[in-house]
Design a protein around this ligand. Structure first.
Ligand code: C2O
Ligand code: CU
Length: 451
């Protein structure tokens, strides 16, 4: 099949996006019930946007303006953070730093901002702990390219995990010191788009764009698509030179866009396995091929997406050091007596909801380039996330990261280092924190000031 035939075949099968572009959206977080684990079990009480988990998939086109009217129907205050979006500081959704919390029982807030970058993003509350995400508050925010690549289907998989009891009720141990001082609150039940997936049906010869989002509080995924060779085309929303991978690793907060060419035979089945944690591999789901004949015999190489308008940091940039400390099996913070604090950034723990009035971890000059060396002196993984900016991931443990990539979240392995670089081009106070939410709540959170 030549390129033209391929494009024609693809275009005919493209599905229309589910939502209308550019509309104003209403988001109403509330308490509701949803069946997460299948009809044989009772529904679970969850917190969801618009009474479902995940919340509505918000789809816009690059360059459009997002407007979301939030009405808080929860019994607790909340905010909405737009993870990965480069937006004005006042729209960033961090209580105590960029806005007052939206009051429980009917409080309102309108978020409105432009979407400069195409890609896969997500939204979630930004209270100081992980309870609201663990209960189900998260959704996908997709910003389509002006000229999207030809695929047969554009599919979002939001991965998350839950800690359920035998009656499929959520365990309420949200502030466990055991979780916070170790790997975070890892659940016992993994869902894709709010349900335990058994099979994902595909057609032989179709090309999928698969957008993976890790919305878990703490679980890291390492996905293998048995019998397939997916391409990675974007990381944290931003295009990367398309490349094949064996296993896609996603820490909390991180995203990957894949091109999955369905090369299997009609009627065949293939496992998607998550084997991130040694000795605890499990089958996430099965790709099940329908019996229909192949849609196409061969595939073009994956397309390279157009770059987003990001400023390349200068190589001669000043280097700043950020040292991650604490946790079990490491040196605990000096403030050990300060109950509930287990982690530090540059020796200082900042406990939840106390960013306000504290000094910034770093002060950066608007428009200037910086390199930041993140040094993980702990025995644990930390996905470190910066708000309002996107950075280059230059190296890990001194080894250049290739292909070159942009990110808003970088996963640090235990006892490792990573060097990132950015242009501090967005004024304001921006959080820098671990996206293991129980680490964030117990010290591994700070903000940087850009002015
Ligand atoms: Cu996904 Cu500070 O957050
Ligand atoms: Cu962490």
């Amino acid at each position: 099949m030549n390129r033209r035939e391929f494009l024609v075949a693809s275009a005919s099968a493209v599905l229309a996006p589910k939502t209308v572009l550019g509309q104003s959206k209403a988001l109403r977080p509330s308490v509701t019930r949803q069946n997460l684990v299948g009809a044989a079990h009772p529904a679970t009480e969850i917190w969801g946007y618009n009474a479902s988990v995940p919340g509505p998939e918000l789809r816009f086109r690059q360059g459009q303006r997002l407007r979301a009217e939030v009405e808080n129907a929860l019994p607790a205050p909340t905010t909405v953070h737009w993870h990965g979006i480069r937006l004005p500081n006042a729209m960033d959704g961090v209580p105590g730093l960029t806005q007052a919390p939206i009051a429980a029982g009917g409080g309102k807030f309108v978020y409105e901002f432009d979407l400069p970058d195409a890609g896969t993003y997500w939204y979630h509350p930004h209270l100081g702990d992980g309870e609201q995400l663990a209960r189900g508050l998260y959704g996908a925010l997709i910003v389509e390219e002006r000229d999207p690549p030809a695929v047969d289907r554009d599919v979002v998989w939001i991965l998350s995990d839950w800690r359920l009891d035998r009656e499929a009720a959520l365990r309420r141990d949200f502030a466990s010191a055991m979780d916070a001082s170790h790997a975070g609150r890892i659940g016992n039940t993994v869902t894709v788009n709010g349900a335990i997936p058994e099979a994902f049906t595909v057609r032989s010869g179709e090309r999928l764009r698969l957008r993976l989002i890790n919305a878990s509080n703490a679980r890291i995924y390492g996905l293998n698509f048995e019998g397939h060779e997916p391409w990675v085309i974007a990381l944290d929303g931003h295009p990367v030179q398309p490349h094949w991978f064996q296993r896609v690793v996603l820490g909390p907060g991180m995203r990957a866009d894949l091109i999955l060419d369905c090369t299997g035979d009609p009627g065949s089945r293939h496992r998607v396995v998550d084997d991130f944690y040694r000795g605890r591999a499990y089958e996430l789901l099965r790709l099940e091929y329908r019996a229909e004949p192949r849609l196409r015999a061969a595939f073009e190489p994956a397309p390279r997406l157009a770059a987003n308008p990001l400023k390349e940091p200068s190589a001669s940039a000043e280097v700043q050091l950020i040292v991650l400390g604490g946790g079990m099996m490491g040196e605990m913070p000096d403030q050990r007596s300060h109950k509930g604090v287990f982690w530090t950034l540059n020796g200082k723990p900042v406990s939840r909801d106390h960013h306000h009035g504290e000094a910034p971890l770093l002060s950066l000059k608007l428009g200037q380039s910086y390199r930041i060396e993140l040094v993980n002196r702990t025995a644990w993984h930390h996905p470190m996330h910066l708000h309002g900016h996107v950075f280059r991931v230059l190296s890990k443990n001194g080894k250049e990261v290739l292909p070159r990539q942009w990110a808003d979240t970088v996963l640090l392995d235990p006892d490792s280092r990573a060097e990132i670089a950015l242009v501090a081009d967005n004024p304001g106070d921006w959080m820098l924190h671990c996206h293991v939410l129980e680490h964030q709540a117990t010290g591994m959170a700070a903000f940087i000031r850009v002015n």
